[in-house]
Write a protein that binds this ligand. Structure first.
Ligand SMILES: C[S@@+](CC[C@H](N)C(=O)[O-])C[C@H]1O[C@@H](n2cnc3c(N)ncnc32)[C@H](O)[C@@H]1O
Length: 562
């Protein structure tokens, strides 16, 4: 196979020894492409750096430069240019149109990172951020950017990635109306049904508020809140988060009110010394099926099992009428995750409920469930639209990265059978439970690692008519891409929470994969031709004020896929 024989779609290089090492930089000299390749695979940057190494214009570490922010890019950082040289730098919390002085903190391949020193003129679309923590909390970075401008920036980011990383032409995207306008989120606050707060022994206070710090008062300095941007060990104390539900804020206030009381003998976990009891507070909001009102789960993650220590907190929160469940996940490891090796019910029931597209779901403390339920309704209806089901009950759906089975289950009534695959065992047992709860009998859920499939994977289910693939941020593994390119189902609906890896995978599926025959002669595999056409790409805003972007893509098998 040679590139010349490939009709309208090209081939992309992949090293066989490191299939994820995407050599995007080989094909593009634009700084955006290097940023995008970092999003697609952060670990590849160092090895790819030399390709785009700029020569003379590179500002030095510590140097201050005048900058203009042009757009939002990776992790919501501002993509900025040095005013006189046009050199590209990235700056956290710089917003489109803002002119400012920045100090270079580090060099990253073909660009540099800066921190903002002083704003010369503010960005376009400036609004007041309603949250008191907005200017330094790691959660919402763009609250002071008008929502319409946030949407424009997200849409632009997806378009740029699909062009630079996905290698789709602008004219192709426009003339065939592939790229759709972003779907806004109709509520921009209180949309999250799950928040995780951390306990810490010493609250992090931004420079401008240092005077308010209670120096010398150890207990008053204990923190319960969100991590300071970029730090796993620094916690910003928060009493309210505008992204979670009002009842969840009531719980947070109730706990903040009492957990530092010395008589209770509670201590926050210290991630350095590994001492202390309270690790995290997770709040999940569902919906009571009888009343339609919010129903809450409070989950304390602790380093050991000492229910007697938690009892005063349990009493306080269970007095809030919306609280239906109080759980304790015990995580004895030094790691700081919220999933415990053991789980105990301290009050009420071990799961809460939620409805999505007419179905009922049981949510346990650690099961994955779409975080914005309301917008998940919109997302799932777009997925169903793209799936283009005939509705005669004849089709087979393969639901990859199925989580608790929500997507497949919402399609089940219109198809012959749904086969779901997912790596987390707990999610699979929740999926079975969800099928049972909704009396769905034509769905099979299997636990398995989709990064480790081999050629026999397809023997586990009948040939699908539709594949839904909804991977997490790293996107699809090359083994799965190769499997799909060989399987050649008529349509794939690719749902992505990371437009960079989405663009990369669309490139592979549509344009193919070319193995690096020069470097990896011994392990050279056959090149694989792309065999899909990108029919539509729909960005959806699930998380206002944050950099996250969801996309629903429809891929159709080409006419002559062989
Ligand atoms: C974005 S979530 C999608 C969940 C589900 N489709 C939904 O809408 O609720 C991605 C899911 O992929 C699962 N996952 C991640 N890596 C995986 C792997 N290597 N193999 C199988 N599943 C994986 C995660 O556990 C998670 O449930």
């Amino acid at each position: 196979m040679s590139i010349a024989t490939v009709p309208s779609y090209g081939l992309r290089h992949v090293s066989t020894t490191r299939p994820w090492l995407i050599k995007t930089l080989r094909f593009s000299s634009t700084p955006f492409a290097s940023l995008a390749s970092e999003q697609a695979e952060p670990n590849t940057m160092q090895s790819s750096n030399n390709v785009n190494k700029p020569t003379s214009n590179f500002p030095k570490r510590g140097q201050t430069v005048e900058l203009v922010c042009e757009s939002l890019a990776f992790k919501g950082k501002g993509l900025c240019k040095v005013a006189d040289t046009g050199f590209v730098v990235m700056c956290d919390r710089a917003l489109p149109g803002e002119r400012f002085i920045g100090r270079v903190t580090r060099r990253k391949g073909s660009y540099a990172e800066v921190t903002k020193v002083e704003t010369i003129s503010p960005h376009w679309d400036l609004v007041d951020a309603p949250c008191e923590y907005a200017s330094y909390c790691g959660g919402c970075k763009t609250q002071n950017l008008a929502y319409e401008a946030q949407l424009r920036a997200k849409e632009q980011q997806v378009r740029d990635l699909v062009i630079h990383v996905g290698k789709f032409s602008k004219s192709e995207l426009e003339s065939l109306e592939i790229m759709k306008p972003i779907v806004p989120c109709d509520i921009q606050f209180h949309y999250r049904n799950k928040m995780e707060f951390s306990f810490g022994p010493e609250r992090w206070v931004p420079k401008e508020l240092l005077a308010e710090k209670n120096e010398g008062d150890k207990i008053k300095n204990y923190a319960l809140g969100l991590h300071a941007p970029g730090f796993f060990d620094k916690v910003l104390n928060v009493n309210k988060c505008l992204l979670q539900s009002e009842p969840a804020n009531m719980v947070l206030v109730a706990i903040q009110d009492c957990w530092r009381d010395v008589d209770l003998g509670l201590s926050p976990y210290n991630v350095h010394s590994h001492k202390g009891f309270l690790k995290h507070l997770m709040l999940r909001t569902g919906r009571n099926l009888k009343t339609g009102l919010p129903e809450l789960m409070v989950n304390f993650v602790t380093s050991s099992y000492k229910p007697e220590l938690l009892m005063p907190l349990v009493e306080r929160v269970s007095a809030i009428p919306e609280v239906f469940s109080v759980m304790n996940n015990v995580n004895t490891s030094v790691g700081n995750t919220s999933v415990g090796e053991e789980e105990y019910t301290l009050y009420g029931k071990p799961t809460i409920t939620e409805t999505l597209r007419g179905l009922t779901f049981q949510i346990s403390a650690n099961s994955f469930f779409q975080t914005n339920t309301r917008q998940a309704e919109v997302l799932y209806s777009l997925i169903e639209e793209c799936a283009g089901l005939r509705g005669d009950g004849s089709e087979i759906v393969l639901d990859l990265f199925c989580g608790t089975g929500t997507i497949g289950l919402t399609l089940a009534s219109r198809v012959k059978h749904v086969y779901g695959y997912e790596v987390v065992a707990q999610a699979i047992s929740d999926a079975h439970l969800n099928a049972e709860l909704n009396d769905i009998r034509n769905a099979t859920f299997v636990q398995g690692d989709l990064n480790k499939i081999d050629a026999s994977f397809g023997n586990n289910f009948p040939r699908p008519d539709i594949v839904i693939s909804d991977p997490n941020r790293p996107g699809m593994h090359m083994k799965l891409i190769k499997f799909l390119l060989k399987l050649k189902v008529p349509r794939i609906v690719y749902v992505s929470c990371n437009p960079a890896t989405c663009a990369r995978d669309l490139d592979y599926l549509c344009h193919g994969v070319l193995y690096d025959l020069i470097k990896d002669v011994m392990q050279a595999e056959q090149n694989i031709k792309g065999c899909y056409k990108l029919k539509s790409l729909q960005p959806v805003d699930m998380f206002p004020h944050t950099p996250h972007i969801e996309c629903v893509c429809l891929l159709e098998l080409c006419d002559n896929p062989s």
